[in-house]
Design a protein around this ligand. Structure first.
Ligand code: ATP
Length: 327
């Protein structure tokens, strides 16, 4: 893996009796789309706010290209905060151009960049619309335009997909990929793990303010112990798999159709497992399969992903924010 461009090192933050960050450490490699995951309250927003100096740290250091992050570096970063920081009464074009000027661009460059990103985000024709007259999804697009307008080297987005329709999700995904391909380091949080699985090269999963797992998505899905999925015709309880331990296989779960999900040690003899299944009946399915990112998350945090998503949806409804559901 490439060496990290953004390093979060031993971050600690308490709010009264609540420990938001408890020694959080991980790195984000250059030019990747990197997913930042964790259950509600894990510390993701606090971390992102700390990168921008909006949340103070009790301890720890954030480094960009091996140097502690300061205001000069932050001017080269783009941020899409969870609370969305646009001026409701300002017109779209003025808003985007204003942020470009704030980041030090001269007037012609700011106007041209504002036009470029408004067009790229499918908002052309709405340049004179007030922010508060835009739909929720279009406000998200406007917020992304603001984060991108000064061509940042690091892009940090707090739940950028929440509330977007399928077209908005596709546009957001392709822009994040495109920016990463152009060398930008992209860090974003999301609870939509199937989406994260599709677009991220690597992820960090945090829980209670600490890192629990990080690495390339493909490696995490493969895991230390490969998974075999095996189904024997008519055996919906996968009774054939009883006693598999002798072959170094462990049945993790049995699906409704009788497919046994078997974790095996690398030294396990998959042929011995196949022989055992064939001895019990017709083998309808026998294949190595990667785990889903949802399962990796569930195992890492000890939480049901369904529960995490439900909690997030409830929290979003309470705050009046719509949660985007991908399926
Ligand atoms: N300003 C604050 N004052 C008091 N407590 C706070 C503050 N900000 C965050 N916390 C607490 O710190 C913990 C981490 O919160 P944070 O918002 O960083 O989590 P998160 O991972 O972004 O959660 P979510 O997925 O729900 O957005 C939570 O327990 C939260 O209540």
């Amino acid at each position: 893996m490439t060496s990290p461009e953004l390093e979060l090192d031993g971050l600690r933050r308490r709010y009264g009796t609540v420990t938001a960050l408890d020694g959080l450490t991980f790195g984000v490699p250059a030019g990747q789309v990197f997913g930042f995951l964790g259950p509600n309250g894990a510390g993701k927003t606090t971390t992102m706010r700390a990168i921008f100096g909006v949340a103070a740290l009790d301890a720890g250091e954030i480094r960009w290209r091996s140097r502690p992050v300061g205001e000069a570096a932050r001017r080269t970063f783009g941020y899409m905060p969870e609370e969305r920081g646009l001026y409701p009464a300002m017109e779209l074009f003025d808003q985007v151009e204003y942020f470009a000027l704030l980041h030090g661009m001269d007037a012609p460059a700011a106007a041209s960049a504002a036009k470029h990103w408004i067009d790229r985000l499918g908002l052309s024709g709405r340049e004179g619309t007030r922010i508060d007259a835009l739909s929720h999804g279009n406000q998200q697009r406007a917020q992304l335009a603001v984060a991108l307008v000064h061509d940042p080297e690091l892009l940090v987005l707090d739940e950028p997909f929440s509330g977007l329709d399928p077209g908005g999700i596709d546009d957001m995904s392709s822009i994040l990929r495109e920016r990463a391909a152009a060398g930008v380091t992209v860090l974003f949080s999301s609870h939509q793990l199937d989406l994260v699985e599709d677009i991220c090269e690597a992820v960090a999963i945090i829980h209670h303010g600490r890192l629990v797992v990080s690495g390339p998505v493909a490696e995490l899905r493969r895991g230390d112990r490969p998974r075999l999925a095996v189904r024997v015709s008519g055996d919906t309880a996968a009774a054939w798999a009883a006693g598999l331990g002798e072959t170094s296989g462990t049945v993790d779960a049995v699906r409704a159709d009788g497919t046994a999900e078997i974790s095996i040690t690398s030294s396990a003899d998959s042929q011995a497992i196949l022989d055992r299944a064939r001895a019990a009946g017709t083998v309808e399915h026998f294949a190595y399969e990667d785990r889903s990112l949802s399962e990796v998350f569930r195992r890492a945090t000890g939480a049901s992903v369904g529960q995490a998503e439900a909690e997030h949806a409830a929290a979003s409804m309470a705050s009046g924010v719509t949660t985007g559901a991908r399926r």
